[in-house]
Write a protein that binds this ligand. Structure first.
Ligand code: MCA
Ligand code: AMP
Length: 481
């Protein structure tokens, strides 16, 4: 039996499991394909997965979990620098890809295993332990290249069971989403979540309001999305009665990865009669809090700690906030079976992320309402930007910008954006003031080096960066009014 996915062995084999566009697999077919692939990769140290939003990615990750081999999902749009870093840091022994995928040069030295979704093989015996790594997911910090969060099998199981409890999520649910598959939201919640319940997921390939309407209008019961997706839904609703009807029929609409603006929450509620439920998570912690399906989905709150998750608010000096007054702000610290084990090859960063008594410092600042609901009010690091639900470190973009010959100095900030939540702004001192680099040039440079979602959307040229007496850039003064 598979301890992570009991439905692969216990459920009716004809039950739908995964659907991507026209292609679908039942539990029987998924078990056979993933079993066969698991047989081929068993014993590999770590496997990279070219995580395009297609069926093969789902099969590849399930196969790795069945084989007890940690999977490293790769953003297929990663630029050369980002990809190079992830590959040298995680040192995978092979890469799993869909047949026909054109892999970039950085991956060509690795053994490639094509995922054949029609292959059949037996399910391997599940020998992996709870604490064994399931996934290594790369996440940005404020400076330097992304860090690989090592997520144990225990955390995957614990978080999926905790949200199932909160959302009354069962095998009868059919989830629809169009999230990328190289992050926790789309992959762990959005693919592994339905499979752990024995339910189905229909992936849109790419997000569109039309796709959401079509699926929720034809049997899907739940929607997962980042706030940008709900914003686009809110914008479309006034002109799209079919979308309003489809959303009105959904059992549960869930938003996460960033704060859902109250305005979008209210517009969706007014047009559909449904309130979006917010949950709060992080790559390192998986899911921490959520509004429950039978709770009150109050706009601007992320609900209460999930079963098994301990949560406290702590002031800068270490004092714990005991008040549930909706005003006292502290850093969210969490503890529980949902946590990652470490940052790969980064014992320094791992140690810094935990308090002496074993709590993980999220860096998110929050208050607690009298009824226990958590409200996130900000974050400690101004150098972290959340754009489209992606976490992006200002430092990694600054480093990439500095590698452009037209850039002498660079600083990166985030500013509010109605669609993306925040947009990336580059402040650049040109190497040659007579021929400053254009936004298009720098956006293309960052997209090719790192990833398209890390590209600056706004560029300001400056004669010099504002610095204090210590030479530190004063980012707070970098504002365009
Ligand atoms: C534009 N494009 C470019 C350039 N300009 N490509 C290369 N170079 C350029 N200079 C391309 C983009 O690649 C993209 O291509 C298209 O133009 C449009 O891009 P963009 O405007 O950036 O975005 P979008 O396609 O409109 O995306 C919005 C989105 C996306 C769909 C909401 O941001 C998204 O999928 N966000 C999800 C993030 C997420 O899953 N986060 C989870 C992490 P093309 O059209 O080909 O795509 S957080 C997490 O996991 C924790 C645990 C949690 O709590 O959930
Ligand atoms: P990541 O490291 O990409 O997994 O992003 C995790 C971060 O996203 C958290 O530390 C929060 O800052 C933010 N986040 C996730 N969910 C929510 C939410 N529902 N509301 C506000 N912020 C959120």
């Amino acid at each position: 039996m598979s301890t992570l996915f009991p439905a692969l062995t216990d459920g009716p084999p004809g039950r739908p499991a995964l659907r991507f566009g026209e292609r679908s697999l039942t539990y029987g077919e998924l078990g056979a394909a993933a079993g066969a692939l698991a047989g081929r990769i068993g014993g590999a140290g770590r496997v990279a997965v070219w995580a395009t939003p297609v069926m093969e990615t789902g099969v590849a990750v399930v196969a790795a979990l069945l084989a007890g081999v940690p999977a490293v999902p790769l953003n297929p749009k990663s630029g050369e620098k980002e990809l190079g870093h992830i590959l040298s840091d995680s040192a995978p022994s092979l890469v799993l890809a869909a047949p026909g995928d054109d892999l970039p040069a950085a991956l060509r030295g690795l053994e490639r295993v094509d995922v054949d979704i029609r292959e059949t093989g037996p399910l391997p015996e599940d020998r992996a332990g709870d604490g064994d790594p399931a996934l290594v997911v790369y996440t940005s910090g404020t400076t330097g290249p992304p860090k690989g969060a090592v997520i144990p099998r225990r955390a995957v199981a614990a978080t999926l069971d905790a949200v199932a409890d909160a959302w009354q999520w069962t095998g009868d649910d059919v989830l629809v989403h169009g999230l990328p598959l190289f992050h926790v939201h789309g992959l762990v919640l959005g693919i592994l979540g339905p499979l752990r319940r024995g339910g189905a997921v229909r992936h849109l390939g790419r997000f569109s309001t039309a796709g959401v309407a079509a699926e929720l209008g034809s049997g899907a019961t739940m929607l997962f999305g980042v706030p940008t997706m709900y914003h686009r839904i809110a914008e479309t609703l006034p002109d799209d009665p079919e979308l309003a009807k489809a959303l009105g029929r959904a059992r549960l609409l869930v938003s996460g990865s960033a704060a859902l603006p109250v305005h979008d929450h209210e517009r969706i509620a007014a047009a559909t009669g449904r309130r979006v439920v917010e949950r709060y998570g992080m790559t390192e912690t998986l899911m921490n809090t959520s509004v429950r399906a039978d709770g009150e989905p109050r706009a601007g709150t992320v609900g209460e700690p999930l079963p098994g998750v301990e949560l406290r608010l702590v002031e800068d000096d270490g004092t714990q906030i005991t008040a549930y007054d909706g005003e006292s702000v502290g850093e969210i610290q969490v503890r529980g079976p949902n946590l990652f084990t470490e940052y790969l090859n980064r014992p320094d960063a791992t140690a810094a992320a935990f308090t002496a008594d074993g709590w993980f410092r999220t860096g998110d600042m929050a208050v607690r309402d009298p009824d226990g609901y958590v409200r996130i009010v900000g974050r400690k690091a101004t150098d972290l930007i959340k754009s489209g639900g992606y976490k992006i470190g200002a430092g990694e973009i600054e480093n990439a910008l500095l590698e452009h010959p037209g850039v002498r100095e660079a600083a990166v900030t985030g500013e509010p954006d109605p669609d993306l939540g925040e947009r990336i702004v580059a402040w650049v001192v040109p190497a040659d003031p007579q021929a400053p680099p254009t936004l298009e040039e720098l956006a293309g440079h960052v997209a090719r080096r790192l990833a398209p979602h890390k590209r600056p959307r706004v560029l300001h040229h400056l004669g010099a960066l504002p610095r204090n007496d210590m030479g530190k850039i004063m980012k707070r003064t970098l504002r365009h009014d």
